[in-house]
Design a protein around this ligand. Structure first.
Ligand code: MEV
Length: 307
């Protein structure tokens, strides 16, 4: 076995389609240049440190359970390792920190053990995501494993591979703000399921409309029409509100961003708290959107995604 290993995973932004994607509809997401870096080496004392934009802590609970499962998939024991993960995205805020962490750790474990292939990395990450998120669609893990903008549809039945189509998108200037403490993805997903069971006649068409918005958003991006892509983000936000996953701070952040010149703004991830993403037309409007959000003390991130 080698002395030490490093692995990387990406954070994500969902541009269209969260929640409906769990119910089989199309979504569009991108893997971010920021994410997680995991470092592993055989150690006498086992430690697992997580550093993230808000501080540093020793992993416990769910993280430890998921991490143990990941390293065991590669024939390693967590208790015999010194492990650390550096996260550049905020934890549990809708930017895919758990999937980025799981991918980074699985890649590091694969390198350290010299065992397994990319398929085993994907399986280990899927099991970890189930620990974190319950009934997840797999979109976060797909973004964490790959870069770029892509269309995603979950497998038709549990265990079936998702349909992932890389997309040609124009340059995208995204601004993300964390506007509230995050809610648990598993809880939010369960809440939407419960709503769909109570009001199928209203919620099934809402999922379908979100799927249509994702398809139209994909077409707008592929045609290089960022104006339309932004407008469709606004429509998606309205439909997410109908699912009950927006909150006052998210609504306020979307309105502030649009007033500051964003082409579109919506929550990203499971909602109930967490992050808002805005599509900015140019560097000057990115500055104005940040200014509006930072005046509310919301931490901001800025991404320029190459075409
Ligand atoms: C979470 O980032 C996105 C959700 O659609 C859940 C999932 O797809 O697993 C809310």
């Amino acid at each position: 076995m080698i002395d030490a290993a490093e692995g990387r995973g990406r954070g994500k932004v969902i541009l269209y389609g969260e929640h409906a994607v769990v119910h089989g509809f199309e979504a569009v997401a991108c893997g971010l240049p920021l994410g997680a870096v995991a470092r592993l080496r055989p150690g006498k004392t086992s430690t697992f440190i997580i550093e993230h934009p808000g501080g540093r802590f020793e992993a416990d609970g769910q993280v430890l359970k998921a991490a143990r499962g990941i390293v065991e998939s590669f024939g390693l024991e967590l208790e015999a390792l010194e492990s650390s993960v550096h996260l550049a995205v905020p934890v549990g805020a809708g930017m895919g920190s758990s999937a980025a962490l799981a991918v980074a750790l699985a890649r590091a474990a694969r390198e350290l053990s010299g065992q397994g292939d990319e398929a085993r990395v994907e399986e280990a990450v899927a099991r970890a995501e189930a620990v974190f998120h319950g009934q997840a669609s797999g979109i976060d893990q797909s973004a964490a494993l790959r870069g770029g903008v892509f269309a995603f549809r979950r497998g038709a039945h549990p265990g079936a591979p998702p349909q992932i189509e890389p997309m040609q998108a124009p340059a995208l200037r995204l601004v993300v703000a964390q506007v509230a403490p995050s809610a648990s993805t598993a809880t939010m997903v369960r809440g939407v399921h419960a709503l769909a069971r109570r009001y199928p006649a209203a919620i099934t068409p809402t999922f379908e409309a979100i799927g249509q918005v994702a398809r139209a958003g994909r077409a707008a991006l592929e045609a290089g029409d960022v104006q339309e892509a932004g407008e469709l983000m606004n429509v998606n936000q309205g439909l997410l509100s109908a699912l009950g996953v927006s909150i006052a701070a998210i609504d306020a952040a979307c309105h502030l961003a649009r007033q500051a010149g964003a082409l579109g703004a919506k929550l990203t991830g499971a909602g109930g708290g967490g992050c808002v993403v805005a599509l900015s037309p140019d560097a000057e409007h990115t500055r104005l959107i940040r200014q509006a959000w930072e005046a509310r003390d919301w931490p901001c991130f800025e991404f320029y995604l190459e075409p």
